[in-house]
Design a protein around this ligand. Structure first.
Ligand SMILES: Nc1ncnc2c1ncn2[C@@H]1O[C@H](COP(=O)(O)OP(=O)(O)OP(=O)(O)O)[C@@H](O)[C@H]1O
Ligand SMILES: [Mg+2]
Length: 255
């Protein structure tokens, strides 16, 4: 059974060509799936299309279907999708910089009944003790890694059945990224949360996720178990080559 199922999805922005062209992808229940691709491949557009945020960016789905936990959700607004169990960590984190850490978590907890609030906050603080230490501080004063923990905490506090994370590692030191992914794995193992992880760092994502999809200029060009994708020759050349941790195609030596 799939938690998320995208079929034949095409989408674009006004006065631009298609940003997604006939994309199909599935996140099985309890599974972690990576969506990889270079700058401008359409990764964020896919996340927006799935979470009902495309309108906000003057984009539009032109074809295809999206189902969440067996139910069609195409065209549903994001506030409803959150209630249904989606949790989003957007590109750029987008924490509320003037609000304190705890206030940011309260934003994520807005849909929760009061009785469960404290327990959920505690669970986030257990996962990321740094957030507890900085509970009263304005989010704008946190380091990049702590802001990413906060953005994750804000999504996790609602205990989503599907967590969508757009570019967790961007601009963060490798050790911080590693420790955050480690905690996300704990979430997956303890709560069975399904995850769709967008990453530019292909190597890292392929270690973390069970399945991977490679998006290239709006189309899925490769998909399968992460190990298979990682050993694919074209993949190695383009994403896992000499230029480690970048998604730029490896340069061919000049004759
Ligand atoms: N709000 C927008 N209006 C118009 N075009 C957009 C908008 N957002 C993205 N695009 C275009 O859609 C295409 C896909 O962009 P998208 O942001 O989805 O790529 P991405 O894979 O997330 O890239 P990155 O790795 O840089 O985040 C690009 O050509 C981009 O220029
Ligand atoms: Mg993006």
């Amino acid at each position: 059974m799939n938690m998320l199922e995208v079929k034949g999805l095409s989408a674009g922005y006004a006065r631009k060509g298609l940003a997604l062209d006939d994309v199909s992808l599935a996140v099985p229940k309890g599974s972690i799936v990576a969506l990889l691709g270079a700058n401008g491949a359409g990764k964020t557009t896919l996340i927006r299309a799935v979470t009902g945020l495309l309108d906000l960016h003057h984009g539009r789905i032109t074809q295809g279907s999206v189902s969440f936990d067996g139910q069609s959700v195409l065209g549903q607004p994001s506030h409803r999708l959150i209630r249904l169990g989606m949790g989003l960590v957007p590109e750029g984190r987008l924490v509320f910089k003037q609000l304190s850490v705890e206030e940011n978590l309260h934003v994520g907890a807005a849909i929760l009944p009061r009785a469960t609030l404290q327990e959920r906050l505690d669970a986030v603080y257990t996962l990321f003790p740094r957030l507890l230490e900085r509970r009263q501080q304005a989010a704008g004063w946190l380091s990049g890694g702590e802001q990413q923990m906060l953005a994750l905490g804000r999504a996790l506090v609602g205990r989503p059945s599907l967590l969508l994370v757009d570019e967790l590692s961007l601009g963060l030191a490798p050790l911080i990224v590693e420790s955050i992914y480690k905690q996300l794995r704990v979430v997956g193992q303890t709560l069975g949360t399904s995850m769709l992880i967008v990453e530019q760092n292909a190597r890292l994502a392929l270690e973390f996720a069970a399945t991977a999809y490679i998006l290239d200029r709006g189309r899925i060009v490769l998909s399968g178990p992460s190990q298979e994708v990682a050993s694919n020759e074209a993949m190695k050349e383009s994403y896992l080559g000499a230029k480690r941790n970048t998604t730029a195609p490896a340069q061919e030596p000049q004759p």
